[in-house]
Design a protein around this ligand. Sequence first.
Ligand code: HEC
Length: 134
Amino acid sequence: MKKYYFYFVLLGTVFFNNCSQKGVPVNIYDSKEYHYLTEEDIMAGKSIWENSCFRCHRDGTNGAASIENEEYWNHTASKGIDALFKSVWEGKQNKNGYMPPKGFCNTCSEDDIRKSVFYILHLAKQARNIAPVN
Ligand code: HEC
C-alpha cells in the first residue's frame, strides 16, 4: 500500500507542476505591460538606465549586448519579463563577461528592475529606428 501511495504522490507532483507552470512566455513587445507603460514608468526606467545599465549595454562592453544589436534584443524580448527580471535581479554570466545582480543598480527594488527591463527593450527599439542604415 505504501508503494502505491508513493507513486500516487509522484504522479500528483508531476501533474501539479505541469498545470501550475505559466506556459509559454509572452514576448515583451506583445505584452500588456509594455503597451501600457506610462510616461512615469519610462522616466523611471530611463534614470536607472542612465545610472547603471548604460555602462555595459550602450556600447556592448563587459560581454553585454549593445543596445543597437537588433537581433539580440528581439530574441531577448521573446524570453518574457519573468525570465529577464530574474536574469537582471540575480545577475548573469556569459563567456565574455558578467552582469552583476540588479545590473549595478544596488538601490533598485524589484519593481525598479522590472521597469528597467521594459525600458531597455523600449530603447532597443528606438535605437534601431534611429540607427543609420548602411
Ligand atoms: C557590468 C555590465 C552590465 C551592466 C551594468 C548591466 N548588464 Fe545587462 N547584461 C550584461 C551581460 C554580460 C549580459 C549577458 C549577455 C548574454 O550573454 O546574453 C546581460 C544581459 C542582459 C539581459 C538579457 C538577459 C537574458 O536572460 O537574456 C537583459 C534584459 C539585461 N542585461 C538588462 C540590463 C538592465 C536592465 C541593466 C540595468 C539595470 C543591465 N542589464 C546592466 C552586462 C551588464
